[in-house]
Design a protein around this ligand. Sequence first.
Ligand SMILES: Cc1cc2nc3c(=O)[nH]c(=O)nc-3n(C[C@H](O)[C@H](O)[C@H](O)COP(=O)(O)O)c2cc1C
Length: 152
Amino acid sequence: MKVAVVYESRTGNTARAAEMIAAAAQELGHEVGVWPTRKVNLDFLKEADLVFVGTWTDGIVIAGHRPGDAGRLLDLPGIWGKPTAGFLTYAIHAGKVLDGLADVVKLRGGDWIGGNLFKRSRLPEGIAAFTIAALDEAQARLGVNAQADADA
Ligand SMILES: Cc1cc2nc3c(=O)[nH]c(=O)nc-3n(C[C@H](O)[C@H](O)[C@H](O)COP(=O)(O)O)c2cc1C
């Protein structure tokens, strides 16, 4: 599959998580591109079978959690109808920030397949399993879509 990993990062943690996801997918033989949102290769994104979208957790630690720099994610073109998985890094407590990222992806027309939180001090814990699960889910959805197209 063609896999695009797109992220926002201010201090490098989410960039590191993005590179780890990209490496895990590449190791499994997928064609992978990884960029910050403002530098996305739009041709690659347009052809991608699976998109990972990631950012950092913004909030006041105990409340008000939201995806950081969500405006830039909302500018992201080209994920309409594509299986899209979300990832967020955080420091201490991220509340329901994943729900916020799911909303952003859905607003852009992405087909939300789930997401994961990653504690910045524990990277790369959980990255490989998350990547594999997203690849499996995308494969399943694409299989279903291909069948639906064939049946039409
Ligand atoms: C303005 C601001 C608000 C933050 N709010 C939270 C928060 O509510 N909960 C939390 O666990 N981490 C919070 N963080 C920490 C970041 O989410 C965390 O360090 C993240 O890994 C940063 O990602 P980056 O290095 O890709 O920019 C906040 C950071 C900033 C700059």
